[in-house]
Write a protein that binds this ligand. Structure first.
Ligand code: GCU
Length: 647
């Protein structure tokens, strides 16, 4: 029996109307109308944001879930595409054992109640040996009793499910989601019942030419419910979203959005703990109000040296949303990146979303996030991380806020995509929107990357350009970049590497991946003499460079690839090569730790691991770790420490 009132019907109607809108706007985009772009961007806004839900009353559904493999997707559709046969529909709200005990004619070919179990969140690749390389559909079930049954609303919130999710509650379809790295929310107020509830999620990790990313990547396709699942409880009218940021001209501006029967014409009080900065606003007919408060002089800006976060509260008579927000400015001036109006050099490293250990499950707990990012901050003397090649768990960006690390955030447009397919472009934009709306209050996130290593072609550049316009229309605050491929050439008998990519014009910050000295024919001692031909009117980052090494494998002469010494020398020579580039403003070498990849099968040196880590998979530093740490330590000494309040 339903326990609370809600709007699921309305929700589907809203989604359908928006889809029709997208189609029509996509056509006018070719005429580049900014207004159309803004509307299109807003149309990809998720239905519910539940901003800062970590500070809300919520029920964790983490723990043991039962599961059932479904290689031929029989639980979704029958062989001819018709609906699945009832005896195979894993999401049915039935007690299979009692049906079998009744020994009627009915029989079933599943029983989610008596199935094997695995821990959620986490990937099945690490949990079940027979699923190590399984790409396909697996059904998961969690039975739970709601912790709150009085009036109000309830939402099912997923941190991420890789890749497609089919969600059912008590036998009813709740919704679907596509994309392995972004959050999604469904209202379940009407479906939730007293006592035991049955949540079933069909997780399909398969990729194809129309997915993002496409099937071939250099990382393991971790399938499953890879991030936490919660029931989030709210009042009938609640603060669904609220933002606040510091503008270059010293204002704290943002917006607050209410959802519910009292959303329109309702007062919201905005207050910042510890600061004399308050405002009272009233929502309009769309349940939204804009906020603008002069930034008090004593406001301390967020920076890696002083990652000051403020408790910001948005309160109505019925509800309160609280978020921990840092206030900072980020901009480009010529070839400089300015943080709080001061030039900054990004001392970084790239990471995959994979915890330390010999059998990672892409389970990023706060402890796992702290141990990964702590290495960067405290051991490498870094102030920046490239979270590659997809949006990492929100615990990572919140941890970066707390520890003081700047963040490059990326959507997995990686190597290839179905460039001239409008639906694929919309998927990429939706992933970008979901990431933006999740992380827009994170001071640490300064760069949105719209892709990695995609070969130059007209339809590829048009695709990326549309993405750049999309994110710029959404976010006037942050910088846009992409990890570009380079071209090798010769000049006066000397090797030359150039950026020759029309996409540069769309980017605020250029970034290149370079593997000279590892892939290709250059020897390490040639590296410093390599000339770089790059546009100089923008900041340049090295988003990747790296060499493989098996921790513990040594060659004192440093000649042998895979040895720690070779990797260390690769770093020394690469650093001296790129140091000479006048507009170099940062780097994120590839990569903090060895990570799982099905493309790496050398039986002695790799065994399914990409070995370009500066640390082994268990966190043992290789010699090169020290080389980079020294380099960053010296760089840090030469930079002024930035602890400022607003002038
Ligand atoms: C590429 C790519 C990475 C990959 C790396 C490598 O540049 O962006 O995803 O892992 O090279 O070859 O190790």
């Amino acid at each position: 029996m339903p326990i609370m009132a809600s709007h699921i019907g309305e929700e589907n109607m809203k989604t359908l109307a928006k889809r029709a809108l997208i189609a029509s706007i996509f056509l006018c985009m070719t005429s580049g109308s900014v207004a159309a772009e803004e509307e299109a961007s807003d149309s990809l806004r998720p239905n519910y944001l539940l901003t800062a839900s970590i500070n809300r009353e919520r029920q964790s559904l983490s723990g043991a879930w039962t599961y059932s493999k479904d290689l031929y997707r029989t639980g979704l559709t029958d062989i001819d595409g018709r609906p699945a046969k009832p005896r195979l529909q894993r999401y049915r709200d039935i007690d299979v054992q009692s049906i079998e005990a009744a020994s009627g004619i009915d029989f079933l070919e599943f029983d989610m109640d008596r199935g094997p179990t695995m821990m959620v969140p986490g990937a099945w690749n690490a949990a079940v040996p027979e699923l190590r390389y399984y790409n396909g559909l697996v059904w998961f079930q969690k039975k739970f009793t709601p912790t709150r049954t009085t009036d109000g609303r309830a939402f099912l919130e997923f941190g991420a499910v890789n890749y497609r999710a089919h969600v059912y509650l008590n036998g009813e379809e709740v919704g679907t989601h596509e994309g392995g790295f972004t959050p999604f929310v469904f209202e379940v107020t009407d479906l939730l019942r007293e006592g035991e509830n049955r949540l079933v999620v069909g997780v399909d990790s398969a990729h194809d030419d129309q997915t993002i990313p496409t099937p071939i990547t250099d990382w393991d396709n971790y399938g499953g419910i890879t991030r936490p699942v919660h029931i989030v409880y709210t009042p009938r009218t609640f603060v669904d979203d609220a933002t606040l940021r510091l503008t270059p001209d010293g204002l704290l501006t943002g917006s607050v959005t209410l959802d519910g029967p009292e959303a329109n014409g309702t007062g919201v009080h905005v207050a910042i703990e510890g600061l004399d900065a308050e405002a009272d606003v009233t929502t309009g007919s769309d349940g939204q109000a804009m906020v603008s408060i002069p930034a008090p002089d004593e406001l301390q800006r967020w920076s890696p040296d002083a990652p000051k976060l403020y408790d910001v509260r948005f309160s109505t008579v019925d509800d309160q949303l609280e978020d921990q927000i840092g206030f900072r400015n980020i901009e480009v001036s010529g070839s400089d990146i300015l943080l709080n109006s001061k030039p900054i050099f990004l001392r970084g490293i790239a990471l995959h979303e994979e915890e330390f250990g010999t059998n990672p499950a892409r389970r990023i707990t706060p402890q796992a996030a702290r141990s990964l990012l702590g290495e960067v901050k405290n051991e490498l003397h870094g102030n920046y991380v490239r979270l590659s090649h997809y949006p990492h768990a929100r615990v990572m960006t919140r941890m970066a806020d707390e520890l003081g690390l700047l963040v490059w955030s990326e959507i997995p447009v990686y190597w290839t995509a179905d460039w001239d397919n409008p639906e694929v472009l919309e998927k990429a934009k939706r992933m970008q929107s979901e990431t933006y709306f999740r992380d827009r209050n994170r001071a640490s996130v300064i760069l949105w990357s719209i892709g990695n290593e995609t070969p130059v072609s007209e339809d590829r550049t048009a695709f990326h350009t549309a993405l750049a316009e999309h994110i710029k229309a959404l976010d006037a605050d942050r910088l846009v970049s992409a990890a570009l491929l380079v071209e090798g050439d010769e000049k006066n008998g000397h090797p030359l590497i150039r950026i020759n990519d029309p996409l540069v014009d769309e980017l605020d910050v250029m970034a290149v991946n370079s593997y000279a000295g590892w892939y290709g024919s250059n020897t390490l001692d040639e590296l410093p003499s390599i000339e770089w031909d790059v546009p100089e009117d923008k900041p340049l980052l090295f988003s990747e460079f790296g060499a493989g090494a098996l921790a513990g494998f040594h060659d004192p002469e440093g000649k042998q690839k895979w040895s720690e010494e070779f990797q260390a020398e690769f770093y020394r020579q690469t650093l001296s090569m790129i140091e000479k580039i006048p507009n170099l403003r940062g780097m994120s070498p590839w990569i903090l730790k060895d990570f799982r990849s099905p493309r790496r099968e050398h039986p002695v040196f790799q065994n399914g691991w990409n070995r370009k880590g500066l640390m082994s998979e268990t966190g043992v530093p290789k010699i090169a770790f020290g080389v980079l740490a020294d380099y960053y330590w010296k760089k840090m000494q030469s930079e002024p420490v930035s602890i400022e309040s607003v002038e």
